[in-house]
Design a protein around this ligand. Structure first.
Ligand code: ZN
Length: 250
């Protein structure tokens, strides 16, 4: 008779997860109790790929409790944020970004995330999160800790999308201030801008002043950057030629 590799209890028909669901990488099976503990701690990772030591790490990992950010901001639960992230199908490139882990502390209970993009703002790398209430730029740095800047949708007068050769930029005009988020992945930034515009017009108040402009960056400027890229060997001659043709509209 075999035993559970985690708690060493004797495995019987009655305490062994069905269909081999409790099996780990060695083929040994956890008992139902340990299996449930694992599922509660991490329902996403496939158990059958893990060693018993990895399973132990998952189960013993302390559960992070969301911190309160103020009296009128009720932290949403992690699962709710996770669900929202799933719904927007947020990019795999964002996976593991430290800022994502902060979202449960930042997103209030009745806030819905519509999109997230990665970019630069004020010389720091972070994520731009769009919700039904605001756009917020979150940067979690090693040195300065967490930096958050938010722009209430009711304060935003326009969102401009500009696309360059490799990256795009979003310019947010809010309360007379201009915020530029750069180094955005083009198609993601476009989607973000479109959705943000939708949210802005949903807030009705600003319907008349909402403009989403799509202005190409200066062509000469782009050509110069393109030439630099070719010089550095990032672009081949053929790639350079085809991009140049596109830019000049040939
Ligand atoms: Zn067990």
């Amino acid at each position: 008779m075999s035993s559970c590799p985690l708690c060493q209890c004797e495995l019987k028909f009655t305490n062994t997860p069905v269909f081999g669901a409790g099996k780990i990488v060695t083929g040994e099976s956890l008992c139902s109790q340990c299996y449930m503990k694992f599922i509660k701690a991490d329902s996403k990772t496939s158990l059958k790929k893990l060693t018993i030591d990895e399973v132990r790490l998952v189960i013993e990992k302390p559960i992070e409790l969301p911190k309160s950010t103020g009296k009128d901001t009720i932290p949403a639960t992690k699962t709710r944020i996770e669900l929202q992230l799933e719904n927007i199908g947020y990019g795999k490139s964002l996976f593991g970004r430290k800022e994502i882990a902060e979202l449960p502390n930042l997103i209030i209970a009745d806030e819905e995330i519509f999109a997230i993009v990665q970019g630069m703002y004020n010389e720091s790398q972070g994520i731009l999160v769009g919700t039904n209430k605001r756009l917020l730029f979150v940067d979690k740095g090693l040195i300065y800790g967490l930096k958050v800047e938010d722009f209430g949708l009711d304060k935003i007068t326009s969102i401009q999308y500009q696309s360059g050769i490799m990256f795009a930029e979003l310019t947010i005009l809010a309360s007379g201030n201009t915020a530029k988020i750069s180094q955005l992945v083009k198609n993601e930034a476009k989607t973000f801008a479109d959705k943000a515009r939708q949210k802005l017009s949903d807030t009705k108040l600003h319907t008349s002043s909402v403009q989403v402009a799509q202005q190409p960056l200066d062509i000469a400027d782009q050509l110069e950057k393109l030439a630099n890229l070719k010089e550095k060997g990032i672009l081949t001659q053929a790639e350079f030629d085809s991009q140049k043709k596109k830019l000049l509209g040939l």
